[in-house]
Design a protein around this ligand. Structure first.
Ligand code: GLU
Length: 447
C-alpha cells in the first residue's frame, strides 16, 4: 500500500475516548506541523479496536476538534465522506495477514487461548529525536491477540505504521515505555523502526501532575463552546513544548510551519497556563479585522438579549469598536458590555467597595456633573479628556479621581474600554442620567 520512499509520513492515532484532550490535540498539531514543514503526508488513523469504549459520538468529538483547529489530514477517515480507510476496526484482514507472518517465522504462538509474541532477548535501542538514546530490554513475551480475538494495541499500532509507511512516530512521552515492544515487533517483521519523537508531558497549572481531562481548560471542545478563536488556541498549543527561539508568542501559522522542526521541541515538560491562553486569545481578537469581530460578536449579543432588529446599528458598531481591544474572550462580551444596552446593569461589588472607600467619589461625580455645561454640544473623546483634565487642575484633584468614580457610576465596573471612549459612546444623556442616579443613591447612603 503506502511506503515512505524517503518521504515524511506521520500520523495522529487517537483512540476515541469521548473528549479531545489538549495533550492529544498537541500531538496531532506537532505531527501536522512536521508534515507541513517537510511537505510530507499527515495521516489520521482511528485506533478503535476497543469496541466497548468507542462510539460514534466519541469519534465526532475528535473529528470536530481536528477540523476546528484547522488540522486537515491527507489520508484517513472522512466521516460521511466517500472513503473511510483508516479505522482499525475495519482492518482485521490486514492484521490477520501480519499475524500469519509472525506465526510463520516462529515469533507468534498460542497460550491460554491468546496469541503471544516471542521476544528476541536482545536490547532494543531507539534514537529518539527528543529524548536521545533510550535502551530497554523486553524480557517477557507479551500478548498480541487476546483470548476474545481482539488484537492488542502494540500489535495493530506497529502493523499499521508498517502498512501505512509511517516514517516518523511523534507521540506523547507516556508511550516511550511502549517503544521497546514496538521496536521488537518492527524487527520481527523485518522492518527498520520509524524515527521516534516522544513529546514531553503537559503538566497541570499548579503542582506536579500531568493535565487530566478533569482539569480546567483541558478539553478542546470546551474552547469551541466558549467561542475561543481556533487560531489562538492552536497558536497557544504550539508553544506547549516548542518556541520560535525568540520572545515572540504570537506567530502566524505559516511562520510556525516554516520554523517547526523536531530538534526544536523542548525536552522539559510544558506547563499549562490558562491565563496565557486567554491572553493570546485576546491578542487575536484585537488583531482581527473589525468586520470579522463584529460578525462573531453580534450573535452573542442577540442571544444575550442585548440587541435585536430594532437596535441602532451605528451605536452597536461603536460599542463593539471600543470593546474589541480590551476583551480576552468572546464569552466575556455579554458581561463586558451589557451596560451599554441596559440601564439595569449589575454593579460589581469589589468595584463598589473601592469607590465607596476612596471617600471622594460623590464629590468627584458632583463636580463633573455640575461643570458639564462647559462642554456645550461637544461630546467626543478629545473634548471629554480636555474637560476632565481642566476640571482636575481647577479642583486640585487627580484625573484618576474622576475617571474611577465616573466609570463606576456609568458602568458599575472598575475596568472596561478606554474611559473617554466609553463615556463618548454611551452618550451625554445616558451619562448624565446615570451620574444623577449615582448621586441620588449613594448620597442617601443607600447603594
Ligand atoms: N492510540 C494511541 C493513543 O491514543 C496511539 C499511540 C501512538 O501514537 O502510537 O495514545
Amino acid at each position: 500500500m503506502n511506503t515512505s520512499n524517503g518521504q515524511v509520513r506521520v500520523r495522529f492515532a487517537p483512540s476515541p475516548t469521548g473528549f479531545f484532550h489538549i495533550g492529544g490535540a498537541r500531538t496531532a498539531l506537532f505531527n501536522w506541523l512536521y508534515a507541513r514543514h517537510c511537505g510530507g503526508t499527515f495521516v489520521l488513523r482511528i485506533e478503535d479496536t476497543d469496541k466497548k469504549r468507542d462510539s460514534e459520538e466519541a469519534l465526532r468529538v475528535l473529528i470536530d476538534g481536528m477540523k476546528w483547529l484547522g488540522l486537515d489530514w491527507d489520508e484517513g477517515p472522512e466521516v460521511g465522506g466517500p472513503h473511510e480507510p483508516y479505522f482499525q476496526s475495519k482492518r482485521s484482514e490486514i492484521y490477520a495477514e501480519y499475524l500469519q507472518q509472525l506465526r510463520d517465522c516462529g515469533r507468534a504462538y498460542d497460550r491460554d487461548g491468546a496469541v503471544w509474541f516471542r521476544v528476541s532477548g536482545s536490547m532494543s535501542q531507539i534514537d529518539d529525536k527528543i529524548r536521545g538514546k533510550v535502551q530497554r530490554l523486553e524480557e517477557k513475551d507479551f500478548v498480541i491477540v487476546r483470548s476474545d480475538g481482539q488484537p492488542v494495541f502494540h500489535f495493530v499500532n506497529v502493523v499499521d505504521d508498517i502498512a501505512m509507511g509511517i516514517s516518523h512516530v511523534i507521540r506523547g512521552e507516556d508511550h516511550l515505555s511502549n517503544s521497546s515492544k514496538h521496536v521488537e515487533l518492527f524487527l520481527a517483521f523485518g522492518r527498520q523502526p520509524p524515527t521516534f519523537a516522544h513529546i514531553p508531558l503537559i503538566l497541570k497549572t499548579n503542582g506536579p501532575g500531568k493535565m487530566s481531562k478533569r482539569d480546567s481548560g483541558a478539553l478542546i471542545e470546551d474552547y469551541a463552546g466558549r467561542n475561543y478563536l481556533p487560531e489562538a488556541v492552536r497558536n497557544y498549543l504550539c508553544l506547549l513544548g516548542w518556541s520560535p527561539k525568540d520572545d515572540r508568542e504570537i506567530l502566524p501559522i505559516e511562520e510556525i510551519i516554516a520554523l517547526f522542526d523536531l530538534p526544536g521541541i523542548n525536552k522539559n515538560n510544558a506547563r499549562f497556563d490558562e491565563k496565557k491562553l486567554a491572553h493570546i486569545n485576546g491578542e487575536y481578537l484585537r488583531r482581527m479585522a473589525f468586520d470579522d469581530f463584529y460578525s462573531r460578536a453580534i450573535p452573542l449579543l442577540r442571544n444575550a438579549g442585548l440587541v435585536d432588529d430594532s437596535s441602532d446599528g451605528a451605536y452597536v458598531r461603536s460599542v463593539l469598536g471600543i470593546c474589541q481591544e480590551k476583551l480576552r474572550e468572546l464569552a466575556e462580551l455579554e458581561h463586558f458590555c451589557a451596560y451599554f444596552f441596559r440601564d439595569d446593569y449589575q454593579r460589581d461589588a469589589t468595584a463598589e467597595g473601592k469607590i465607596i472607600s476612596s471617600g471622594n467619589s460623590l464629590a468627584s461625580v458632583g463636580e463633573f456633573l455640575a461643570a458639564l455645561w462647559e462642554l456645550g454640544d461637544r461630546w467626543d473623546v478629545e473634548s471629554l479628556e480636555q474637560f476632565t483634565q481642566k476640571l482636575a487642575a481647577t479642583n486640585g484633584r487627580k484625573t484618576g479621581d474622576y475617571i474611577h468614580s465616573i466609570r463606576f457610576a456609568v458602568s458599575g465596573q472598575s475596568v472596561g474600554p478606554g474611559f473617554y471612549a466609553m463615556v463618548a459612546v454611551i452618550g451625554k444623556d445616558r451619562t448624565v442620567k446615570r451620574l444623577e442616579n449615582f448621586l441620588r443613591q449613594y448620597s442617601a447612603g443607600n447603594p
